[in-house]
Design a protein around this ligand. Structure first.
Ligand code: CA
Length: 250
């Protein structure tokens, strides 16, 4: 099921380069984390810090999708959704997909949000990868069938990763990886020949809450390298001294 022809591999950057996302969140730590991650995945991202700013942005610069926190000062997320849907209906405009962010115990809000026209929800705290999966699914839903190119398989030279079965092979041999190692390798495969900084890797694989001078990244990189360098196959994850790492053959 894997193909070794790199030209047939879907490129997430190509697929998402034009999508414009509006992130509505008043907590800078969360909006910053979401914004950086989405920009890194190739999206064009605007942040609104209040419901009022969100409605203005949706009116003046209609996005392809809105990530909307429900807990906002003054005009909350439910009201933003209600007003946005009313405006779309009044002007006969297409519905912009809305992904709500809700608190774990706010089931009432979740139901209310879906009732007023939100498309999906994600419970805080969430992993960035989960957010990304929901964003991609919602964007796919509104795109015509011909634009659909699900990124099921990532590959680089003789290395192939099946995202749906979470399996990895190198030169046809199955590679065993932990969940963390798999996520880390997926990052490299999504950005071949691109230097990824230590902080980018830490943020994306461990999340925003990771602090300190721990060598956990080096340990996991070491494990991935050992797993990939079977049968004296050459190293593909190279160290870029003082900066980070890059997926590149020597
Ligand atoms: Ca909030």
């Amino acid at each position: 099921m894997f193909t070794s022809n790199p030209t047939t591999m879907p490129n997430p950057k190509d697929r998402t380069a034009t999508a414009r996302l509006l992130v509505v969140e008043d907590e800078p730590s969360i909006s910053g984390f979401v914004r950086r991650g989405l920009i890194f995945e190739g999206y064009d991202v605007e942040v609104a810090e209040s419901g009022r700013a969100a409605l203005e942005a949706m009116r003046d610069r209609p996005p392809d999708l809105v990530v909307l926190d429900l807990m906002l000062p003054e005009v909350d997320g439910i009201e933003v959704t209600r007003r946005a849907r009313a405006a779309e209906e009044a002007d006969d405009l297409p519905r912009v997909p809305i992904l709500m962010l809700t608190a774990r115990d706010a089931i009432v809000d979740r139901v209310a949000g879906l009732e007023v026209g939100a498309d999906d929800y994600l419970v805080k705290p969430f992993d960035f990868d989960e957010l990304l999966a929901r964003v991609r699914a919602l964007l796919r839903r509104v795109k015509p069938e011909t634009d659909r190119k699900p990124a099921e398989v990532l590959s680089y030279q003789n290395l192939a990763m099946d995202l749906s079965s979470r399996s990895v092979t190198r030169a046809g041999q199955e590679i065993e990886l932990t969940a963390r190692e798999f996520d880390l390798l997926a990052m490299f495969l999504r950005h071949p020949n691109q230097v990824l900084t230590r902080s980018t890797l830490m943020q994306r694989v461990w999340g925003e809450d990771f602090y300190g001078e721990s060598n956990v990244l080096e340990v996991v990189i070491g494990n991935v390298r050992r797993s990939l360098e079977i049968d004296d196959l050459p190293r593909v994850i190279q160290t870029v001294r003082g900066i980070g790492y890059v997926l590149r053959s020597t």
